[in-house]
Ligand binder design. Structure first.
Ligand code: C2E
Ligand code: MG
Ligand code: MG
Length: 712
């Protein structure tokens, strides 16, 4: 290490020379020697020595002490006074300049060297300490946590700006303040007494890691904080610590996130309703309770809006959200305290109805929920009608898991969907079987449709008065390679649920047209065909338009086509039915109400339907000659039809007795095995002819021709 650079201030020239030469002997570098106070100041600034030897008495206006003072103010350099005077007053004055040494003349070399080396060492150490302290201070002031340091008795010694902010106390105020006074803490959960930092950390020497507490600030407000604290170990000779460091972190934002995360895990963000997870949990609890106590019966509903896609796609997602919120508000309105409404996502809601002793009680609530959809919804200044389909599951001892119950409610809901808008269905075991079958059949049917494996048969309908065929009903058949002959009562619902019914329905009407044309061409007969329309087909927005296009393309006049709609489908949504039926009627298509008597028709509504025929359901025909009730029902249907000027058809007529009886009651048309079952297109006309049910025009010769190719 190079030897220090020293400046000598001494007005006695000889003394000055002597000191300088002694210093050089000691291998210090003497950067300059001056005799006046003023020169000392200017040269110090210029030469930047590592140390100054300063004589106090100078023959000048500025003496050594004054010069030292000025130099000190301008630069950081250690100064050693060397003087022959050591009176108290001089010492006192010199002390103020905090000199690094004071050496009395005359002094020997050893004394001089020791003084210089100590001064240089002291100055270096001080500098290092200052630097370290500066670095520490900058770090602590810029740390994002509050940092508080105490002494060994727990009095606050230092505090950074963040701690000042969190405790609402400035560093100027902490003098003499204990840590207990500065940090008033409460337990995080109980809000009782908080942790005692002094006894825990200082006395017991424990460290704290991420301890959550509430910090009570001076204005009484509470702030959730996380505390880390550590004792500062003593120098090793004493056991006890010499203070502690306490770090505080404001966690109010973090708690907000935590709550949010917890909420997101169990609640739907849009509606704030419980989500699927929480719903399943509550259903699980309900199952558990009902297993403990048989009386605790409950139900699970699955609810799906019928028009959500239209709203979402037509009016935008904002409107969709708005609708969901309004729906959840309306449903909540009719539910009890113990019930749970949950949103599963999209437009699917789950409802848990607790304490419903009977199916009737459940159905009352279902009706109340449905009644909430009676009034229109105002979304984006538009009035829209919204309905929903509901699947219902009643608690049963065979349910062990909430997932099973929800699955069955879902199945029932899909069943309801197939029945049409605004329907509801109670789950039964058949549905489960159907649901399983659904998955198997769906793909098989899709393939059958693509490969044209469906076929049509036609069953004649006889005009009772003249005993001749008046029209035929088209009945679809599916001979599956995998499942054999599957009856339409089983595969039509699957087609409905999978949405395949629309394509299948179209295929049926197209093929019916081909057959009508074929019979006309081949036999010269015009046979009118009735086609069954399922719920989903009837709900199609553009049904009349689509039928018109098919008829046009085939060149078949609309009067040759009739449609059959079951009573229950027709009665679901009266306005819609009246509207759709009117469009069909306008097209020239006649409409029959199928399976009449099995639903709940309101006469007032029936009057508004532009229909031509009521088809008495075959269940009433079966025992008509014996069963008084069936007779009463049949005769009132006939009376009703007469009053409304409608035709009546009896289906499922199998015997002569039934035929006679129904004729006597005044039925206009008869359909059933008594006359004929359903026949292939090919065999139909010859069979009708041979039974005397159809007269062929004279000019048409029965010639062989191939049946029409079925179109896809
Ligand atoms: P539906 O429209 O009431 O059809 C009459 C059903 O009664 C037919 O059964 C027919 O074969 C049967 N039937 C006819 N005469 C008698 C009889 O004297 N005694 C008895 N016991 N039954 C008789 P099928 O073909 O099994 O059709 C059942 C149901 O499937 C139909 O009832 C209809 O709702 C539906 N369906 C049939 N074909 C189609 C179709 O092409 N499209 C649609 N959407 N549904 C269809
Ligand atoms: Mg029918
Ligand atoms: Mg029928």
């Amino acid at each position: 290490m190079p030897k220090a650079k020293i400046m000598v201030v001494e007005d006695e020239v000889l003394v000055c020379k002597d000191i300088a030469s002694r210093l050089r002997q000691m291998e210090y570098e003497v950067v300059c020697t001056v005799g006046k106070g003023a020169d000392a100041i200017s040269m110090a600034l210029e030469a930047c020595p590592d140390l100054i030897m300063m004589d106090i008495h100078l023959r000048d206006e500025i003496d050594g002490i004054e010069a030292a003072e000025t130099i000190h103010r301008r630069m950081d350099v250690p100064i050693i006074f060397c003087t022959a005077y050591s009176n108290d007053e001089t010492l006192q004055r010199a002390k103020i300049t905090a000199p690094y040494g004071y050496i009395l003349k005359p002094f020997d070399n050893r004394e001089l060297e020791i003084n210089i080396e100590i001064a240089l060492y002291k100055h270096r150490t001080e500098r290092m300490l200052l630097e370290t302290e500066g670095r520490l201070n900058t770090t602590i002031s810029n740390i994002s946590e509050g940092v508080i340091g105490t002494d060994r008795s727990g009095r606050v010694a230092v505090m950074n700006p963040v701690a000042e902010m969190l405790t609402r106390t400035s560093s100027a105020e902490i003098r003499g303040m204990s840590i207990r006074q500065l940090l008033e803490l409460r337990d995080f959960e109980s809000r009782g007494h908080g942790i005692d930092l002094k006894s825990t950390v200082l006395r017991e020497g424990k460290s704290l890691r991420d301890v959550r507490q509430h910090l009570i600030s001076r204005d009484g407000s509470e702030l959730p904080v996380e505390i880390n604290a550590k004792p500062i170990p003593g120098d090793g000779r004493q056991e006890e610590s010499i203070g502690m460091v306490v770090c505080l972190r404001d966690i109010s934002q973090q708690l907000g996130y935590e709550t949010q995360i917890r909420r997101n895990a169990f609640y739907d963000a849009l509606t704030s309703l419980p989500n699927r997870t929480l719903f399943l949990d509550r259903v699980g609890n309900a199952i558990f309770r009902s297993r403990q106590r048989d009386e605790d019966r409950f139900a699970v509903l699955f609810l799906d809006l019928d028009q959500f896609r239209t709203v979402n796609e037509g009016l935008g997602h904002g409107a969709g959200d708005h609708l969901i919120i309004e729906v959840s508000r309306r449903i909540s309105y009719v539910l009890g305290q113990a019930d749970t409404l949950s949103r599963f996502g999209g437009d699917i809601f789950g409802v848990l109805l607790e304490n419903r002793a009977s199916l009737q009680e459940v159905m009352e609530t279902v009706e109340e929920i449905k009644s909430q959809f009676n009034g229109s919804f105002e979304i984006n200044n538009r009035i829209i009608d919204v309905s929903c389909c509901i699947g219902i599951v009643i608690s049963h001892e065979h349910y062990h898991s909430p997932e099973d119950m929800v699955r069955d409610a879902d199945t029932a809901m899909h069943r309801a969907k197939a029945e049409g808008k605004g329907s509801h269905t109670v789950f039964d075991q058949d549905m489960y079987t159907r649901a399983l079958r659904y998955i198997e059949w769906r793909d098989e049917m899709q393939r059958a449709l693509e490969e044209e494996k469906f076929e049509l048969q036609f069953q004649p309908i006889i005009n009772a008065e003249i005993g001749k065929v008046s029209s035929v009903e088209a009945l679809v058949r599916w001979q599956s390679e995998k499942y054999g002959a599957v009856p339409p009562t089983e595969f039509i619902p699957v087609a409905e649920e999978s949405g395949l019914i629309l394509a299948l329905g179209r295929w049926i009407i197209e093929n019916v047209c081909q057959h009508i044309n074929h019979w006309k061409k081949r036999y010269g007969v015009e046979l009118k065909v009735g086609v069954n329309l399922s719920a989903a087909q009837f709900d199609q927005d553009n049904l009349a338009l689509e039928i018109r296009q098919i008829l046009r393309a085939a060149g078949v006049p609309p009067r040759m086509l009739g449609v059959e709609i079951t009573e229950s489908v027709a009665m679901r949504n009266i306005e819609f039915s009246v509207d759709t039926m009117s469009q069909l009627k306008e097209l020239g298509i006649s409409i029959s109400i199928d399976d009449f008597g099995t639903g709940y028709s309101s006469l007032a509504y029936l009057k508004r339907f532009p229909i031509s025929t009521l088809k008495i359901d075959r269940s009433f025909v079966k025992e008509i000659t014996r069963d008084r009730n069936d007779q009463a029902i049949a005769s009132s249907i006939i009376a009703l039809a007469q009053a409304l000027d409608l035709n009546v058809l009896a289906e499922g007529v199998e015997t002569q007795e039934q035929h006679r009886y129904l004729l006597g009651m005044g039925c206009d048309f008869i359909q059933g095995y008594y006359f004929s079952g359903a026949l292939d297109s090919d065999g139909l006309v010859p069979a009708l002819q041979s039974k005397g049910l159809l007269d062929l025009p004279e000019n048409v010769l029965p010639i062989d021709s191939t049946p029409p190719r079925q179109v896809g």
